[in-house]
Design a protein around this ligand. Structure first.
Ligand code: MN
Length: 189
């Protein structure tokens, strides 16, 4: 049985950048839905006893297990996303990561601009990640339930959910404003 992880803050803690109405649906309905569906799908299969990351890697290789992969990926991605949000305002990268960011992007502002462009450019539903690979910081976008674990894109540092359900109640179609709010007010390194 996979269980919901507790949110590291109150549902209203990100207001006004993310409203409690959005969090109630996003955490309480969407995330819960992926957990419930995953548990239903893995019941009486070897996946039921596996750690979540192992479920993702194993089901990714089997096209017949696509539904399990999609729900397991969504659970893992959301848990990563909850931990990428700060209720105490945006944080700065730790010194070691900042040095890698400056090496790759010249400045933290340039990194944020690149992150915004990548998140905006993700067509349809997906995720934008900061990852670390071979001592380098990179930015990657993934579709639907994909993530850096299944696609082997490096060690994820943080992510932003850019599915419409993450921002539509607060921003409607203005994904750019949601990304700005994340980078300037909520990002948690
Ligand atoms: Mn979501």
């Amino acid at each position: 049985m996979f269980e919901m992880k507790q949110l590291p803050f109150e549902l209203s803690a990100l207001d006004p950048w993310i409203s409690s109405a959005t969090m109630e649906f996003h955490y309480g309905r969407h995330y819960r839905g992926y957990i419930d569906k995953l548990n239903e799908l893995v019941k009486d299969t070897p996946y039921a006893e596996m750690p979540l990351e192992a479920v993702i890697k194993e089901s990714y290789r089997k096209t017949s297990d696509r539904a399990i992969y999609n729900n397991a990926g969504q659970v893992w991605n959301h848990q990563f996303f909850w931990n990428s949000l700060s209720a105490e305002g945006a944080t700065r990268p730790p010194v070691k990561i900042m040095k890698q960011i400056e090496a790759a992007y010249d400045s933290y502002d340039a990194f944020k601009a690149a992150f915004k462009a990548k998140a905006l450019g993700q067509f349809g539903s997906g995720w934008c990640w900061a990852v670390q690979k071979d001592g380098r910081v990179d930015i990657v976008a993934t579709s639907n339930a994909d993530n850096p674990v299944s696609l082997d894109l490096g060690q994820p540092l943080l992510c932003l959910d850019v599915w419409e359900h993450a921002y539509y109640l607060d921003y409607q179609n203005r994904r750019a404003d949601f990304i700005d709010a994340f980078l300037e007010h909520m990002i948690k390194w």
